[in-house]
Design a protein around this ligand. Sequence first.
Ligand SMILES: Nc1ncnc2c1ncn2[C@@H]1O[C@H](COP(=O)(O)OP(=O)(O)OP(=O)(O)O)[C@@H](O)[C@H]1O
Ligand SMILES: [Mg+2]
Length: 448
Amino acid sequence: MKVKDRLSLQFTFMFAVLLIVVLSGIYVLAAGNRSQTFFDKLEDRALTAGQLYLAQDNMSEESFSKVIKKYPQSLSHEVIRIYNDKNEPVFIKEDSVHWSESVIKRVVQEKKVRFTNGDKQVAGLYYIDNSGNFVVIASAIDDAGFQNLKQLLWIMIFFFVISLLITFFLGRFFATIALQPIAQIIGKMKIIRATSLDKRLPVNTYRNDEINQLSLTINELLEHLEQSFSAQQSFIANASHELRTPLTTIMGNAEITLRTDREKEDYKNTLREIIKEVEELNKIINSLFELSQANMDSFTVETVRLDELLWEAVDECGHKLKNNPIKYSVPAYGEKCTIQGSRRLLFIAFSNILNNAVKFSNNSEVTCALELNETSVSVIIADKGIGITTADLQKIFQPFYRAPNSQGFQGSGIGLSLADKIIKLHNGTIQVKSEINAGTEFKIIFSR
Ligand SMILES: Nc1ncnc2c1ncn2[C@@H]1O[C@H](COP(=O)(O)OP(=O)(O)OP(=O)(O)O)[C@@H](O)[C@H]1O
Ligand SMILES: [Mg+2]
């Protein structure tokens, strides 16, 4: 069922419940009012009958009956009986109904009695007069009143049905108008494909309703999708380029060597070249593998002491260097500088950043520090190297991106993107401050 149909049905149902409550209330009031008015009428008739009965001394019984029939206008199925002190009927109009003694006694006791007997309504009066006390009981059926009530009921049913129909169609009309922007969004979204991710939904800047917010949210999603899609595309392009470079060198070397017969030493040299390139290729493939593996599912969480881990990374990095330029100045924080995470992955992240610092500063001084405060623990790695331009700071975390000023240095541009991914997996952030030819500072912040 479409939303607009469901909405209009729900609306109609709600209105139906409301109408039923209101109309039932009106009906109950009208029915009560009818009964009350008819009792009043009956009492009036009983009183008149009593008064006329007392005046009958001056009239013959026949003329008295005539008068009582005329005045006031007789009610439908009307029966009037007047009883004397001894409970004997002294006047009877229509002899179809007889009242038991208990009813007569009740009237005497209560002076005024009203009750319903089947369709009939009954009113009894105790009439006190000089010439004796009488009980007058009048009963009749309110045919006209019931007729009116029936009519009222039919009118109500008629308007109830008509109102519901109008509500349903009006509700549907308004729901269609209200949902029209959503239908437009659906229409536009159907056009957007992987190749047209640059398209956006129209947004009304003057309106701030839910529909506009939906469009804005979808646009943000499209923005992210477009970015990650193009990042993925450039990743694949860069990855294949990086893999192709050493392969081309290997092919070239092998082909040139094979063109003529060569000395044994030449073959050895070519093979050494090939091994170097294969090692490079291996490094790239390993980094790519680590990049794809670095996700939460693939590592077990343990308590990691950052000072120890940083020291290990410094140690490993320094070992490869002739004169170790890394200055490690971390006080013994002990247990205070621990975080939950993967020791292996964090080691890879720190090593990459450290190796960069050493590499891009031509082995000049690199400092490592650990900063601790109430809410966070930070690792700071600073160098005095070539620096990074502001424009490049945005891009260095992209896989395979290498800044133009780093072209003279070995590398394939994967290290930082891997480090970034690992730090993010540990809910950490990386801040970079850099000045061209003055140095760079990487601050990795973990919350505690
Ligand atoms: N300490 C630094 N000083 C100057 N530039 C840096 C520094 N660290 C990173 N960069 C810049 O960021 C780029 C990306 O770094 P990344 O570690 O990803 O690649 P790489 O070191 O060139 O290659 P790989 O790490 O894959 O061997 C570098 O090419 C360089 O331009
Ligand atoms: Mg690197």
